[in-house]
Design a protein around this ligand. Structure first.
Ligand code: SIN
Ligand code: FE2
Length: 219
């Protein structure tokens, strides 16, 4: 990578590039930045139609991450279990359609990581505030595991935990900032992952929030 004279200036753009974090897992640094101007208003529209809510786990715990969905299918959790459904249980309406810019970004990121032709039908939107965490879990409620997971970070920085196929495997700590995209699939599709509790490091556009868009092929 070439470094120019001004690369340490305070307003220097974060580095772009592809970092392998597994045989079929990559962090695409800054990959979402060219899409951000269109992503944020589209996100606002999704949020207006299907508001963030704190779901309850089957075990009765309220999740600290607030969630909503867009796309044909949405992921939900309640006392009956985890599942995908076509309707928002809060309103009975269909989930808002996946904005075209979301789909374009997810498809492009997947292709960059070697997964051509990714057509997500679900986008889980996670909202983190200072102190919010997401404990280690596998994404395994999708019907088949051939498609990758594409995960877009916006707003405050976070530390992503990327573990192995067993819960007890040591997890790598990966710093993620606004615009980074993580893609994992193939032999890595069922790797455990999570997010450490967020520190309050307000972001210029999103304030003391982190938004994560997780694209899946669920149905
Ligand atoms: C998730 O696993 O659903 C979200 C991961 C993240 O927020 O980076
Ligand atoms: Fe996940």
């Amino acid at each position: 990578m070439t470094r120019d004279l001004f690369s340490d200036a305070p307003d220097a753009e974060p580095p772009r590039g592809k970092e392998a974090i597994g045989p079929a897992s990559f962090v695409l640094r800054g990959f979402a930045l060219p899409f951000a101007d269109a992503l944020l208003p589209a996100l606002g529209e999704v949020e207006r139609r299907a508001g963030f809510r704190h779901l309850v786990t089957p075990g009765g715990f309220t999740m600290s991450v607030a969630m909503t969905n867009c796309g044909r299918l949405g992921w939900i959790s309640d006392r009956r279990g985890y599942r995908y459904g076509e309707h928002d249980p809060a309103t009975g309406a269909q989930w808002p359609a996946m904005p075209a810019v979301f789909e374009r970004l997810a498809q492009a990121a997947a292709a960059e990581a070697g997964f051509e032709g990714f057509r997500p039908d679900a986008c889980l939107v996670n909202r983190y505030e200072p102190g919010t965490r997401l404990s280690l879990h596998q994404d395994k409620d999708e019907r088949d595991y051939a498609a990758p997971i594409v995960s877009v970070s916006l707003g405050m920085p976070a530390t992503f935990l990327f573990g192995g196929l067993a819960r007890s495997d040591k997890a790598a700590r990966i710093p993620l900032v606004h615009g980074d995209v993580v893609v994992w699939g193939g032999p890595d599709r069922l790797r455990y992952h999570g997010v450490l509790p967020l520190e309050d490091r307000a972001h210029a556009l999103l304030g003391s929030r982190r938004i994560n868009l997780t694209f899946r092929k669920a149905g």
